[in-house]
Structures are given as C-alpha cells and as structure tokens.
Design a protein around this ligand. Structure first.
Ligand code: SF4
Length: 613
C-alpha cells in the first residue's frame, strides 16, 4: 500500500509516511521492518514501558493476498520481559483490514495521558477515548467495540487487565482468541494507554501480476487439499502434538522437571476433540483452519467457550502445572485470554512459583500443581498485580534474580523469555535453537526437535548447528512476508511457492535465496540490538538453564539423559562460526558489511505497475 501511519499518542497527531525503498528492498516487511525501525529509532537503555519505546505493527508483502495463511501481522517493540528486541505475530484478519485501510504498518509513539483506542477505517486514522473499555477483558473489549461501532466485521487488537497493569508477559489479542503472545507487547501498549486498535478497510491491495498470483495460489491450495496431514490439522490443530511430545520425552511437566507426563492421555488432542470441540476457526484465506473452538459442556465451568487450547497452552498451563482435565485447561485458557497474558509465559511462571514454594524459596504462593482454583487465583493476582502476583508479573528471570541461589537453576528461561513447550534435555538442536533465538527462548524461530528425532537425540553433530541457522532464517522469513508457516512445516508445501508468490505480488525479482539472505541480515540486526542494549553480553547468554545440564531426565525413554555442557559449547561455537560471529556471539564487522551489500536483485523492476486484486 506504500504507507505507514505514525501515531504520536503524546501529541495526538497522525503522520502518514511513504514507505521508502530501503525498507521494501532491504527488510521485506513484518519483523524486518520492526527490527529496522527499532534499531533506528528506539534509543539504547530506555525503559521499555516508557514514552520512548515504540510499537511497530507491520504487515508484509503477502498479507491479504490470495494464498493460504496470509492473514498474519507482526508486532515489535523493545520487550519489557527481556529488555531487548521483542516481537510476536498474530493470525486472524487484522493485518488484512489494516492493509485494505491503506496502510502497510503502524508505528505507535509517545504515551497517551488517558485510555484510548485507535480506529482505522479506509485511510482515516483516529485516536478515540477508551475510558469505558479500560478494565475490561481482552475478548470483552472486542465485543463492546463491535457493538458500539455497529460493525461486527471490524478486526481488533486488544489488551486485557494484564496489559493495562504492565505485566511483563501481557499479550495482544485479536479476533476472539488469536494471540500475539510473546515478549510482552501487551504491556507496552498498556504503558501507552492504548486499549485497542480496530481496522476495517475496503481498498484493493495492489498486486503486480494477478494472473500469476492466482495460478500459484491455486496450485498451492490443491497441494494442501491433497495432504492427509491437513485433515488431522483441521481436526485437532496443534493439540495432536500432546501425545507426540510425550512419546518423545519433550512434554514439559511440573516446571520442566520432567518430560513425560503420566496423565498426558487425559489432555490429548483426541480428548479435546471428543469432549469439548465445537468447531474450527481459521485465519484469512487459510487452507487448514487449525484453530479449535471449544466449549465446556458439563461441570462447574460449563458454558465456557474459547478458541483453543492449542498445544503450547495445553502443555504450559496443563502438564507443566500437572492438570489432568481438558475442561480445566479450557477454563484456564479462557481466563488467561481474557486477562490478556501469554499462556506460555504464564504456565511457566506459575509452575516455577509452585516449585519455588515447594523448595522453600518463595512464600505466599497459594496454589499447587493440579490445583485449578489456586492457579486461577494466581493468574488473577498476576494480572492485577496483587500480593505475590506483583513479583511474578515481572517474569521468571527477574523473580529468580530476586530470590537468588537455587531459584536460578530452576527458572526455565533464556535471556528473560520463558521457555516454550519443548523440554530439550534430550534434544541438543532444540536446546541450541532456544539458546540462540533472537527474542529469548521461543520455539517458533527454529522448531529443531524434529531434526534431533531424525538424526539422533543425544548427538551433538555440527550439522545440527547448520540446521538451526537454516530454520532461523526460513522461519523468520515467514514473519517478514507475514504469512503462516504451517502449510510448509506440516504439509510440506514447497518453499518455492513463497518465492514465486513474492515475485508475482511485488514485481521484485528476488530469488528465494535472496529473501533468505535478507532474513539473515535481520537476524544479525536483532542480535545487534541485543548487543547495543547489553554491551557485556557474551556466549554465556546463549545457554539453557542449569537444570538441563545438571539434572538427568527422571523417567521415560531418555531417562538419565541431560545436556552435555562441553558438547553444547562445541555446538554453540560451531553455530557462531557458521554465522560469522566471534566466540562471544558478536557478528563480525566483515559479516555485517557483507550482509549490508547483498542481495542484489537481478531486476529491481523500478517501473512496477501494480494491478489490483
Ligand atoms: Fe491460521 Fe492455523 Fe491457518 Fe496458520 S494454519 S493461517 S495459524 S488457521
């Protein structure tokens, strides 16, 4: 669409900026644009919850075009959880509506002195009062906005009480139950007093070659519809991974002290399908709507409806907190969504608090493993920052730093971001992926555990480092194009489709490897943001928590296995070598210069003549 709306909340001003060629050619879109804007405009050392932080909400070149999974949006900011670069993406339709309103991206600057929401309708951007919304849950806010504006087809980004109260792992909710969960972007919106952003547009999205786009999309849809796996993804979504993960000793259990949950059968995808599933919810244009709509049919939580749970939620607030009822997980999912907290970090923090209590490291934790009421109480205490919840709202790392001693060993986080739902003591590639992820320990940048399973669970071969890097680039690229990676990951949709589609939509003649090269540039740039924030950062920051090196797995097929520190160190050094980073994990000057001058597109198509779709 060629435009970015800069919304200054302090001055209540809106400035529309043309997108320059450097962003388009050098950073593609989505997280690429977010990283570049944060690097250029967010000064080192600022408090992430202060007026100087910015939130970049960016679509990508593929958002909203005719192709499976093009409904994603990426949100980027300096993270209150890690103090460095943070981002998270969300599905649904928001990005499509934003683009059809005439904007590729929003940049939120400054801070409002009263609660507001931002309304974007067909090129018109307004800042509106939101006193009546402040205090409402994330999903409730969406309902009220749709009713007040008299339009159920608007798309919303909202925050809940956790965002308002600056819980460091507050998320941003979209379209009933989709979450930009990680790195606390919801708290940054809360600090700016932005309760919601709504968008609805009717403009055409320009496409360079519509016929080519349709041909590529049709081929890709046919490929997806032929896949047997697609049917299972529609039936259970990511919930099918509960038993897979358990069988592979990777299901986080009781604060990741174990990797096999004895009651996994009771919270599996099959149980979800039989007991609570009522339908599917997919993102824009998706060929495999993986979102599961569920409703509790009986018992004291009867009537609760949520989009979810998906695997990460069921694992982190389910097995990791030792719950054994799918209904209780659905209930906690809804509570977490309404409060507006990342369910991965929430499950991690609560399990950590319970283990700390059991070890005598933390008092006043009024919850236990398997105790649904206690966990609901704790979630609310965190969201409203009451009692012990005020401390836990800062995230696992800051709590561990405060407690000291053994707490740090059992704090399952890396660089401040809580580890997501793959226990990796018997998965060195996955452990490396977590260790080197550029937002902290998140599986989404490199789901390398499948490679561990393929080549050997306890091997530390150099190819694992190479594979992690490859995944970090490909998967980041999806967040720059902003489209869903699942058809590629789960249905084996060939990557060449995405390169062809990029060329058809933009008219820019990049090869797929040129796009990967840009993804590498952005990976290096985000590392540079970390180094700018933490000049003393070194290789020790890229290690998983001590528990994975010191405590062998207590049960399951890999009983007795733990990460080998010497071998992990060798793997990490190989990773640095392959990346062109020094032994402290710093990108070398020559590497950065090389990345800055390439790729060189064979044909810049300077006379791009978009048609409309
Ligand atoms: Fe959204 Fe799932 Fe479809 Fe991806 S596969 S676009 S997450 S519904």
């Amino acid at each position: 669409m060629g435009k970015i709306a800069r919304i200054n909340l302090t001055k209540r001003s809106i400035r529309v900026q043309e997108v320059d060629d450097e962003l388009i050619m050098g950073y593609i879109g989505g997280r690429g644009w977010g990283a570049k804007i944060i690097w250029d405009e967010v000064p080192r050392g600022i408090d992430p919850l202060s007026t100087e932080n910015k939130v970049v909400i960016a679509t990508g070149p593929l958002t909203g075009v005719y192709f499976s999974g093009t409904g994603k949006t990426t949100l980027c900011a300096k993270s209150p959880l890690t103090g460095a670069y943070g981002d998270s993406n969300v599905g649904g339709r928001f990005g499509v509506e934003l683009k059809q309103s005439g904007f590729d991206a929003l940049v939120l600057e400054g801070v409002s002195d009263e609660p507001v929401y931002i309304a974007i309708f067909d090129g018109d951007v307004r800042i509106e009062r939101a006193d009546h919304l402040w205090g409402l849950g994330s999903i409730k806010t969406e309902e009220v906005l749709k009713k007040d504006l008299g339009d159920r087809s608007i798309s919303c980004l909202t925050i809940g009480p956790a965002g308002e109260n600056k819980v460091c792992f507050a998320c941003v909710t979209s379209d009933f139950g989709r979450q930009a969960g990680r790195t606390g972007i919801g708290a940054v919106l809360g600090s700016k007093k932005v309760k919601a952003i709504v968008a609805r547009g009717s403009m055409d999205i320009p496409v360079y070659d519509v016929d080519a786009m349709i041909e590529i999309a049709q081929e890709a849809y046919e490929f997806c519809f032929k896949s047997e796996a697609q049917k299972m993804w529609i039936r259970q979504g990511t919930m099918q991974l509960i038993l897979w993960s358990n069988e592979n000793s990777a299901l986080p259990t009781r604060n990741m002290s174990e990797a096999v949950y004895e009651k996994a059968e009771m919270i599996s995808g099959d149980v979800m399908e039989k007991r609570v599933k009522i339908g599917n919810h997919g993102c824009f244009c998706c060929a495999m709507p993986c979102g599961q709509l569920t409703k509790i049919k009986e018992g004291r939580f009867a009537g609760t409806i949520v989009e979810g749970p998906e695997y990460e939620t069921a694992a982190m607030i389910g097995s990791n907190c030792a719950l054994n009822s799918i209904e209780e997980i659905v209930k906690l999912n809804r509570v977490c969504d309404e409060l507006g907290m990342d369910s991965i970090s929430t499950g991690n923090v609560i399990a950590f608090a319970i283990e700390c209590k059991r070890k005598g490291l933390l008092r006043d934790v009024n919850a236990e493993y398997g105790d649904v009421d206690g966990i609901i109480r704790l979630m609310e205490d965190i969201a409203y920052r009451r009692g012990i919840g005020d401390l836990l709202a800062q995230g696992t790392k800051k709590v561990a730093e405060k407690l000291g001693g053994e707490a740090f060993k059992i704090a399952m986080q890396i660089k401040g971001l809580e580890i997501s739902a793959y226990e990796s003591r018997a998965a060195p590639a996955m452990a490396l992926a977590y260790g080197t992820c550029d937002i902290g320990a998140h599986h989404n940048r490199a789901w390398a555990i499948t490679y561990d399973i393929k080549v050997g669970r306890t091997l530390y071969t150099p190819d694992k480092a190479r594979w992690v890097i490859y995944l970090q680039h490909v998967r980041s690229l999806f967040d720059m194009l902003t489209c869903c990676r699942l058809p590629w990951v789960e249905l084996s949709l060939p990557l060449r489709y995405y390169g062809r589609l990029y060329r058809a939509v933009t008219g820019i003649n990049y090869r797929f490897k040129d796009l990967l090269n840009i993804a590498e540039r952005v990976y290096n740039l985000t590392r540079c943001i970390w180094l700018r924030e933490y000049p003393n950062m070194n290789s020790s920051w890229d290690y998983p928590p001590p528990r994975w090196f010191e405590e062998p797995l207590p049960s399951g097929p890999f009983k007795g296995v733990k990460l080998n520190k010497t071998e992990y160190t060798k793997l990490l050094l190989e990773y640095y070598r392959l990346r062109g980073w020094d032994e402290n994990g710093r990108p070398t000057r020559s590497k950065l210069c090389l990345l800055y001058t390439s790729p060189s597109p064979r044909d810049l198509s300077t006379s791009r003549m978009p048609s409309s779709a």
